[in-house]
Design a protein around this ligand. Structure first.
Ligand code: WT7
Length: 650
């Protein structure tokens, strides 16, 4: 199991407890009775949440469950962009800011609900004019600019299925995703800013398009400002069209498609245990119901909040908690393009102060970076508007939790540590900020209406074991795009009709859940999921590499870092240059986030007699731990030599 279970035993004895402040509890959106209501009749409870959305036609059945396939709100018809935009236009919502955007160089744009609606309608009309319709796949490869949200919403308006690809992914990763989904259109930009450097998205897209035969049209957003003068992109006539040209004559209204609750809303690729990421499929009614419900109840959303989630729209957090959840609730959403340390390490706090951010949702890896940069940065800004803090992406270590509570939250803001996954679509285990007594390091209890447990291998409840979801939930993934067998094998083959999340977990005496990290060959590097197999295939793709094994290694800021053990082909010399070349090669194949932190050259890898690489031993070596049982190894000497080499290399 991942994680050091000795250290986690200590965690379970955490005795610091934080009750919600009384005034927060009194005014909280979610009150204690929500748990009783959900327990009494789970389907009726979820139907109540669904009824807060606007449906063109009502559903006839709340849930149909033929494991592992669930359908929610059968027969119901709705449109996501209609729910996120149109229904806020009657009344004061019309002129309320929907999206408040700040670019890294400091340029800003704000869209009211009325303006965002018009922009989405114009783009939806533009996409229709390119021949995009219901069920067509559209890849979105954009920086964190308003057009990313506009593009997603425009797809939902016309019933097209979007697949957002994180802008940090390589051309090759982009092409793989275009091809797996048979995307018809790609939406990209000339570029974006990151740490003062332009990111050349269009030239990456061009490289990907050389081997993306299904893509017929490419829409290119001009990022604007000084960037567009710098980049000088090439447009291929007949294929590429500028976003602003496409929208020029488009009407500001567009009839939304009436979609079935179970129509696919989007695909989002996420790393698994094989080389090719999985296309996680989410549908319309259930997904929107649970993201809207959790945004409102977990973030205690009120009309005058300024809500900021620092994720990128390329990940599920950006989908659910920058775009769909907050906009479905009519919130004012802040969106920031760039890095937290540009121009200096006070950038986030400067943004919080200037916009009066009230709700702030980020990742433990970011919090650990803020800690390292020092308290003087947040101390230089007025953070008194903040009233609620959230974290997501990996287990938060208690020191980071305490720092967040004290330095950012001024000891007054509840912290919601939210556990969920790309596959779950929405938050699953979390405190309710006005109800739950929190303890640093635990995501506490399942959201009302979610049934989670910790099970052993056989499926019996256990205080330590695997995190399991016991019954279907509205925003669950429905399948893996084009590969239902992989869906069954990955999530539903361990126990009968019970979802296997891939995380290890423990429960304490308060029945709180402590998430210990992944138990499969998936790493969590700075809150991003990376499959060890993906990195291994990128390494063996290099002409010098014979074999490789990749494992995670603890890292102070990133949580985990990638350690690669590599054997070279006969006659190839292990040099520092080659090491740098291999790291760069992985960056080119997958994207910078997948570059190994360290590469160790070795003559042999530890293998069992049947030839299986023993990753457990490599993890021990990478962590500098005493190496565990080696009796099943074909050649125990390999480990001794490797450990010695590793220690010498430092
Ligand atoms: C994996 C899912 C959910 C959006 C971001 C990541 C880990 C996530 C927590 C948390 C402990 C967490 C798990 C999970 N994880 N949130 N609050 N405490 N671990 O989405 O890329 O699909 O990764 O992130 O290991 O399985 P993702």
């Amino acid at each position: 199991m991942a994680g050091d279970s000795g250290a986690f035993d200590d965690l379970l004895h955490e005795d610091r407890r934080f009750d919600p402040p009384a005034d927060f509890s009194r005014d909280a959106v979610a009150q204690p009775e929500i748990y009783t209501r959900a327990d009494r009749d789970r389907e009726a409870y979820w139907a109540d949440w669904a009824a807060e959305l606007e449906w063109f036609e009502p559903w006839s059945t709340v849930l149909e469950w033929t494991p592992p396939h669930a359908k929610w709100f059968l027969g119901g018809k709705l449109n996501v962009s209609h729910n996120c935009l149109d229904r806020h236009l009657d009344g004061p919502g019309r002129t309320k800011p929907a999206l408040i955007w700040e670019g890294e160089p400091g340029d800003t744009r704000t869209y009211t609900y009325e303006e965002l609606h018009a922009e989405v309608c114009r783009f939806a009309n533009g996409l229709r004019s390119l021949g995009v319709g219901r069920g067509d796949r559209v890849t979105i490869y954009l920086p964190m600019i308003p057009e990313a949200a506009v593009a997603m919403l425009a797809c939902t308006r016309i019933g097209a299925i979007h697949s957002v690809v994180f802008g940090g992914f390589s051309p090759e990763s982009l092409a793989d995703r275009n091809n797996d989904a048979s995307a018809k259109v790609l939406i990209t930009a000339d570029g974006g800013w990151r740490r003062g450097q332009p990111i050349r998205l269009k030239s990456n897209a061009d490289a990907a398009l050389e081997r993306s035969p299904t893509v017929e049209k490419v829409v290119v957003v001009r990022r604007g400002g000084t960037l567009s003068d710098t980049l000088g992109v090439t447009m291929e006539p007949g294929r590429d069209v500028w976003y602003h040209d496409l929208l020029a004559d488009m009407p500001r209204t567009c009839d939304p498609e009436s979609m079935d609750a179970e129509d696919t809303l989007f695909i989002l690729y996420t790393s698994g245990t094989t080389g090719m990421p999985k296309g996680v499929v989410h549908t319309t009614g259930g997904y929107l119901t649970q993201v809207a419900a959790t945004t409102k109840a977990v973030f205690d959303l009120k009309d005058d909040d300024v809500y900021w989630c620092t994720a990128d729209v390329g990940w599920i957090t950006g989908h659910s908690y920058i775009v769909y959840g907050p906009l479905a609730n009519g919130a004012s959403v802040l969106m920031y393009e760039g890095a937290p340390d540009t121009p200096d390490q006070g950038r986030f706090w400067d943004i919080c102060q200037r916009y009066g951010v009230t709700i702030f949702y980020t990742a433990p890896t970011a919090i650990r970076a803020f800690m390292r940069w020092g308290e003087q940065w947040p101390a230089g800004y007025d953070l008194s508007a903040l009233r609620l803090l959230g974290t997501v992406g990996e287990p938060i270590n208690p020191e980071a939790w305490m720092w967040y509570h004290r330095v950012i939250g001024g000891e007054r803001c509840p912290i919601v540590d939210t556990w969920w996954q790309t596959e779950t679509g929405a938050i699953m285990i979390t405190p309710l900020p006005g109800v739950t007594t929190t303890k640093p390091g635990t995501a506490t209890r399942p959201f009302p209406g979610i049934e989670a447990d910790v099970l052993d291998e056989k499926g019996d409840p256990s205080h330590a074991g695997y995190l399991a979801i016991m019954s279907p939930w509205p925003s669950m993934l429905r399948t893996v795009w084009g590969d239902d067998q992989r869906f069954r094998d990955t999530y539903w083959s361990k126990w009968d009709g019970i979802y296997f999340a891939g995380d290890g977990a423990k429960r304490d005496d308060d029945e709180y859940f402590w998430i210990l990290g992944r138990v499969d060959d998936v790493l969590n590097v700075a809150g991003h999921r990376i499959g060890t197999m993906e990195v291994e295939s990128a390494l063996v793709d290099h002409q010098s590499v014979a074999e490789s094994a990749v494992v995670g290694k603890s890292h102070d800021i990133k949580g985990q870092a990638i350690a690669a053990f590599v054997t070279l082909k006969d006659g190839i010399e292990p040099t520092d240059d080659l090491m740098a070349e291999l790291r760069a090669h992985v960056g080119e194949k997958i994207g910078a986030i997948a570059k190994p932190e360290m590469v160790v050259f070795t003559a042999d890898l530890p293998k069992t007699r049947s030839g299986k690489i023993m990753r457990r031993l490599l993890r021990d070596i990478a962590e500098g731990n005493a190496v565990g049982d080696t009796t099943t190894l074909a050649d125990p000497e390999v480990v001794r030599r490797l450990k010695q080499k590793y220690e010498e290399d430092g």
